[in-house]
Design a protein around this ligand. Sequence first.
Ligand SMILES: [Zn+2]
Length: 109
Amino acid sequence: MAKKEKVFFCEECAREITDRDSLIVTIYFIFLVTYHDTCYSQVLKGWQSFFVNNQPVNSFFGNFKSIAALLLGLFLFFISRPFWIVAFILFIFPLIRLYSWFTVERYLE
Ligand SMILES: [Zn+2]
């Protein structure tokens, strides 16, 4: 697969994000937005933090939350029908995590 098919820009400083280590993916309303890790910490201090999820999708905690939600969701799904709605809500977390990887992270080194 050809690398660098896509270019991502920091929502804060508008410069290109070139490596995965300095990438922060987070949710803005219903959209995924990308920041440099340094810019993201600035954003969290500003007014935008009201809208930006302060737990990045691609953090350790983001991974943990996705896996935990997936396991709990599957568990509830197989217990009984009334829990299905809760299970489906829980499935949103791993889906967002996958979506972030699929649309952004896999393009960066
Ligand atoms: Zn930046």
